[in-house]
Design a binder for this molecule. Structure first.
Ligand SMILES: NC(=O)c1ccc[n+]([C@@H]2O[C@H](COP(=O)([O-])OP(=O)(O)OC[C@H]3O[C@@H](n4cnc5c(N)ncnc54)[C@H](O)[C@@H]3O)[C@@H](O)[C@H]2O)c1
Ligand SMILES: O=C[C@H](O)CS(=O)(=O)O
Length: 480
């Protein structure tokens, strides 16, 4: 067994605090405990909320320049320690070291985007005299912070998806209570280190670790929390929304991303792109490609390319430079994926690649002939499985793409601009990638989905709007 490192502390009320009750953090690759974090109690969350109310006044009083400097310094802190952040991401989660380095680089960028948007969060004048009788009125609106924001984050991108909440939240002058995923809390705590080092005043940020059942409801149901910014599964999101009461909600939820391959495209390039999009982060990726619809005239040729590409995904230790894919977050999730695949095979599907589990590792799997009513077609697999389906037309591909209760992003591969624009307009999703898989994102773009994929948009310039309020100021002047 690996020696337990000294347990991490959580950031509560501006202080790093410990608790006797602790939650182990395991490396999913070998099941070894790599660290532990405090298990906050209900009283700790109550205190966090009380402190955050004080923190909100402090955050609002920060000048725009101060907010910019803090976010830029925190970004530099991460850049200077990228390997350390990457190793934390890789060890506590499923990502390979190369994937983790990419996430650490993106998280620094996400913080810098917050600094930029802090500068741009202005308002504008209003022409009151557009309505007769208002000739002597003038004014403007401006933004002010929501106040206290609860940021609840998932396990799969344990650093950048926390940054996507904290960066716009601080940029807009809010106090943040971060409740990271129980499986991967360490990266969120390191982000807090970066922000504290950058000079973030005490009480503005809390990163509280604990079991959802102990602290989740206290956070979600508190009337002193003005907004919940949640990223996670649809079921959890719905449960939180029901308990939240009257407060702002941002929901980045699940997906079941489709891709369309038209006959006029480069089939090998499409297969390589879709393989990357399906198996990044072991498929534990909200943008992961799950269903591929291929024009039937090129189905067999595409199948050959896709089977070869999926079979070439290199498994290995997460910290090895040449590993393409690591394990799922735990063996329980790998067993669930295995059960979904077995159900699909029992219903008539067949395996073209993969289909093997070794502990928490599930081999990259390609299926065909899976019936539409199979669980793995309708629900979010959130694992390394992708399915191919022949279609007779683009219309059929679009209709079938839209047949699930998710709509985050989709991809279409075609050289035909009319086909691309038809897909762009008729796919019921938050983003359509032309000649890319669904798994494309830059942190500055609007990000989010429709149906069971969520409410609202992240992407720092868009999240900052959701994390702010507008106030109109109107002057009624005498003669002027
Ligand atoms: N749309 C996006 O941007 C996006 C990004 C990443 C992941 N996701 C989704 O997240 C899911 C995978 O992540 P996960 O397994 O961590 O999700 P999850 O829903 O199990 O957990 C997400 C977070 O919610 C917390 N939580 C769970 N129950 C809670 C409760 N009752 N009250 C308060 N907090 C509670 C968890 O501890 C965790 O911090 C997938 O569905 C994936 O699609 C979406
Ligand atoms: O898992 C979902 C992530 O938001 C996708 S990305 O890592 O931000 O591209």
């Amino acid at each position: 067994m690996a020696t337990k490192t000294a347990g991490r502390k959580m950031l509560l009320g501006g202080e790093w605090v410990d608790r006797e009750d602790r939650i182990p953090v395991y490396d999913p690759e070998n099941g070894e405990q790599i660290d532990s974090v405090p298990a906050a109690a209900k009283e700790d969350m109550e205190y966090a909320i009380q402190v955050a109310e004080e923190g909100a006044a402090i955050a609002e009083s920060l000048t725009v320049r101060e907010r910019m400097d803090i976010l830029n310094k925190a970004a530099a802190y991460i850049d200077e320690r990228r390997e350390e952040f990457a190793e934390t991401i890789a060890k506590e989660g499923s990502k390979t070291i190369n994937e983790a380095r990419g996430e650490a680089k993106r998280a620094a960028e996400t913080l810098r985007l917050g600094a930029e948007e802090a500068r741009r969060l202005t308002g504008e004048s209003i022409n009151f005299d557009q309505m007769p009788g208002n000739e002597n009125r003038m004014g403007y609106y401006y933004h002010f912070p929501v106040g206290v924001i609860a940021a609840i984050t998932p396990f799969n991108d344990p650093l950048n998806l926390v940054a996507h909440k904290v960066s716009p939240g601080i940029a807009a002058g809010n106090a943040m209570i971060v409740k990271p995923a129980t499986e991967t809390p360490l990266s969120a705590l390191k982000l807090a280190e970066a922000l504290v080092h950058a000079g973030l005043p005490k009480k503005v940020l809390t990163v509280i670790t604990g079991r959802g059942r102990d602290i989740g409801d206290t956070l979600v149901e508190s009337s002193k929390v003005n907004m919940i910014s949640f990223t996670g599964g649809l079921e959890t999101g719905e449960a939180i929304a029901k308990k939240a009461g009257l407060k702002k909600l941002s929901m980045e939820l699940g997906s079941n991303s489709p891709a369309i391959v038209m006959a006029d495209t480069d089939l090998k390039k499409a297969a390589d792109s879709l393989t990357s999009g399906a198996f990044a982060a072991s498929g534990q990726n909200c943008l992961g490609v799950q269903r591929i619809f291929i024009e039937s005239s090129v189905y067999d040729e595409f199948k050959k390319h896709m089977t070869k590409a999926v079979s070439s995904v290199k498994l290995g230790r997460k910290l090895s430079e040449d590993t393409d894919m690591g394990p799922l977050i735990n063996e329980k999730e790998a067993k669930r994926v295995q059960e979904w695949v077995e159900e699909a095979l029992d219903a008539g599907g067949n395996i073209l690649a993969g289909g093997k589990r070794e502990g928490a590792l599930y081999h990259p799997t390609l299926l065909e002939n899976v019936p539409e009513d199979a669980t793995i077609v309708k629900e979010e697999v959130f694992g390394p499985v992708v399915m191919i389906f022949p279609v007779d037309s683009l219309d059929e591909a679009i209709t079938r793409s839209n047949q699930v209760n998710y709509g985050l992003q989709a991809g279409i591969f075609t050289k035909n601009i009319d086909a691309a624009m038809k897909a762009a307009r008729r796919l019921h999703v938050g983003g359509v990638m032309i000649n890319d898989s669904s798994d494309f994102r830059i942190d500055a773009m609007p990000f989010g989905g429709v149906k069971g994929s969520g409410l609202g948009r992240e992407g720092v310039a868009f999240a900052i709007e959701e994390m702010s309020e507008k106030r109109i100021i109107c002057f009624k002047l005498e003669d002027f």
